[in-house]
Design a protein around this ligand. Structure first.
Ligand SMILES: [Zn+2]
Length: 697
């Protein structure tokens, strides 16, 4: 192989820059020389659009879509009628799930109606949207031009296989590996990972040197927690494919970091935490996993057969490796069968990330995916998961945002029959978020009108691989269009105040914040204006929200009751600013409302559990309300966070153990306190109290 490259390179220098030389180097996998040959070819022929298209195709194949897009664009500028350039552009756009891919493919077909690859691409995009009818039509259009068109055949086979039917098209793929790779990719997109892996295996059997299939099989094995085999496949792809893609490199790097994690196994749960934060996070994560499972077992009426695995990543980039190449958000958590990967609270800015809400969301996926045998449309599993974020604990979950208000105002919500495309091929930047919200609201609506049990009935129908429109008709006894109409009427009812006053609210919020920044703020004005804004948009708890500005104005007037009222509203609408909530808890405590103060702070364990002061305050409150086991938990976490006041935290933990009747542990902790500060008088006193009474060890 090496000899050929040298030979070709020699040819190249003698014979001048030709496309054949560059293509020859590409075929012999000498990508560095091929790149330099293409570079020279373009320098010698600056106005040749076709050479740019071929160079672009090379870059696209070698995992550099940005470089490819640049070349296709240059080619289009040189020759707007170059169909190949438009097709190349369509391919780059499709890789990023950009819905403009269709337009680019149409352009290519307008110039060259025989370009069957453009029909194949349109079939692929339609199938990603779950639009089987259109996918089949486009595949047929490609086959009418080229009866052996592999991707068109693979799309036909995929449509059959996704519908659980035997496919006559499979035989037509023959031994062409890329056909099986396409099927595998669609199984993965439909969250049917095991079948995806099986088809990657078929692709590899047909062509053991199809490195993309090795890599993607590795990525998906890793997603399902089978790191050993994953590593072998990824390493093989990495070593064989010279400049292999980011997914391969990043997945290998991620598996290399697994040694930094501890695994905690219980009969029904497996929790994987980074060693640095394991002690602090474990009690809360284990508690919420078990709590969610107890709720879901009842609600979905079945038990999982295998333990659920939750992996928590402090580095957001590590988590993001899991979702590479998948459409949609996957921004905080993602579920692969019964493996959940999610961000750690330490991986996000404080106060933004409700990790428990994300955990419950992902755990709901595990149940819905398992009970539908992975045959559920995206909108339904996401909708139920969003619904679950607030169904059990109403002050959790993400609230309606200004972007969503704008989408409602501009009538951008999608009909239920089409909503899946809002997740996969967003037509405007916030459409994915809007689609999550809409799907969640649809499930809220179904649960409120037909009862929670209706969601389970629908899930059972989806398990039979029935399409959304049929399930709506059979279960809700109405046409999908009628459902859309009723649903939108409900959304209007819930949001019309803010939708109608949105402009006024936006301007008002700006004014309110300006008022609050004045050197001598007019507190009564702030309170009156702020409350009017709260009325318009009670869910707004983000930056510059009225609740916290009004609370501050109340405090400036020494009106603590007024401030508590505002903090209370902020908290019940899922407000998450730790400083504000701590201030709220202090006011409640001063007013003698200890249980309410506890509840306010407990909420924050689901947002920022690595906050030292939070555990100090909560531990002290539990001691006052004589809830010793809860105080022990808080002080144990406090100690695990290695606070500056080591002696004080060990002492507090010792007091909590003493209150819980665990004298041995109390003595151990008091000794730890004294080790940190030998003259610490309260600790010396406590040591006397707990010595001699405990059972000898
Ligand atoms: Zn989800």
């Amino acid at each position: 192989m090496r000899r050929t490259c040298v030979f070709l390179l020699a040819c190249f220098s003698l014979a001048g820059q030709t496309l054949q030389i560059a293509e020859g180097l590409r075929r012999t996998h000498d990508y560095v020389s091929a790149t330099s040959a293409f570079d020279k070819l373009l320098a010698a022929n600056p106005s040749n659009a076709q050479y740019r298209v071929r160079f672009g195709e090379f870059f696209l194949e070698r995992y550099h879509p940005e470089e490819a897009a640049k070349l296709f664009q240059e080619a289009i500028e040189l020759d707007p009628k170059n169909a190949g350039a438009h097709l190349g552009m369509a391919r780059v756009l499709a890789e990023n799930y950009n819905p403009k891919a269709n337009e680019a493919a149409d352009k290519a077909l307008e110039i060259n109606p025989k370009l069957y690859e453009a029909h194949e691409l349109k079939a692929q995009v339609a199938l990603e949207d779950d639009n089987h009818k259109k996918a089949v039509e486009e595949a047929d259009a490609a086959l009418a031009i080229e009866p052996t068109a592999l991707q068109a055949i693979a799309i036909h086979a995929t449509v059959d296989l996704l519908a659980d039917k035997e496919s006559p098209w499979l035989a037509k793929i023959g031994n062409r590996a890329k056909g099986f790779e396409t099927i595998a990719r669609f199984f993965v997109l439909n969250r049917r990972y095991e079948e995806g892996i099986a088809y990657f295996r078929k692709a590899i059997a047909a062509d053991p040197e199809l490195w993309t299939a090795h890599s993607q099989m590795g990525v998906n094995l890793m997603r399902l927690g089978r790191s050993g085999e994953a590593y072998k496949e990824l390493e093989l792809a990495y070593n064989s494919d010279h400049t292999s893609d980011a997914a391969t490199r990043n997945s290998l790097a991620l598996i290399d970091t697994f040694k930094d994690f501890d695994t905690f196994e219980k009969p029904t749960t497996t929790l994987v935490l980074n060693k640095k934060e394991a002690a602090a996070l474990r009690p809360y994560f284990e508690q919420e996993m078990l709590r969610a499972m107890a709720v879901y077992e009842k609600k979905y009426q079945f038990k999982l057969k295998r333990p659920v695995q939750v992996e928590v990543y402090p580095n957001h980039e590590d988590f993001a490796v899991r979702t590479m190449g998948l459409p949609g958000l996957g921004a905080l958590g993602v579920t692969f069968n019964d493996v959940i990967a999610m961000d750690s609270p330490s991986g996000r800015p404080p106060g933004q990330f409700h990790w428990a809400s994300t955990l419950w969301h992902e755990m709901s996926h595990v149940y819905i995916l398992t009970l539908t045998n992975y045959r559920v449309p995206r909108w339904f599993t996401e909708g139920v998961a969003v619904h679950e974020e607030t169904a059990t604990i109403p002050d959790w979950g993400d609230r309606i945002t200004p972007e969503i208000i704008t989408a409602i105002r501009d009538r951008k919500l999608l009909p239920v029959a089409d909503i899946d495309r809002g997740f996969v091929h967003p037509e405007y930047p916030t459409q994915v978020i809007v689609s999550y919200f809409e799907a969640g609201k649809m499930c809220d609506y179904i649960a409120s009108r037909w009862g929670e049990g209706k969601l389970l009935d629908m899930a059972h129908q989806f398990a039979k691989n029935r399409p959304t429109v049929d399930v709506i008709r059979d279960e809700l006894k109405m046409e999908p269009e009628a459902f859309d109409k009723d649903f939108l009427a409900q959304i209007d009812k819930e949001t019309h105040t803010i939708v109608e006053h949105f402009k006024e609210w936006t301007a008002g919020l700006g004014e309110l914040n300006k008022l609050a920044r004045e050197a001598e703020p007019k507190n009564d004005d702030i309170i009156a204006k702020g409350r009017a804004l709260e009325f318009f948009f009670p869910d707004y708890v983000e930056v510059g929200n009225p609740y916290l500005l009004v609370a501050k104005a109340c405090l400036a007037k020494q009106d603590k009751a007024c401030a508590m009222d505002e903090f209370g509203k902020y908290s019940s609408h899922s407000g998450r600013d730790a400083t504000a909530i701590k201030q709220y808890a202090k006011l409640l405590e001063e007013a003698g409302k200890l249980k309410e103060a506890e509840a306010a702070l407990e909420r924050m364990n689901f947002v920022g559990p690595l906050d030292v002061e939070l555990h100090e305050m909560l531990g002290a409150l539990y001691m006052k309300t004589k809830d010793a086991p809860a105080a022990v938990r808080e002080y144990e976490v406090l100690v695990a966070l290695h606070p500056i006041d080591a002696a004080g935290s060990h002492y507090n933990l010792a007091k909590a153990y003493q209150a819980a009747g665990q004298k041995d542990k109390a003595r151990e902790e008091v000794l730890n306190a004294l080790e940190a500060a030998p003259q610490f008088r309260p600790a010396l006193k406590l040591l006397l109290e707990v010595s001699g009474e405990g059972t000898p060890q």
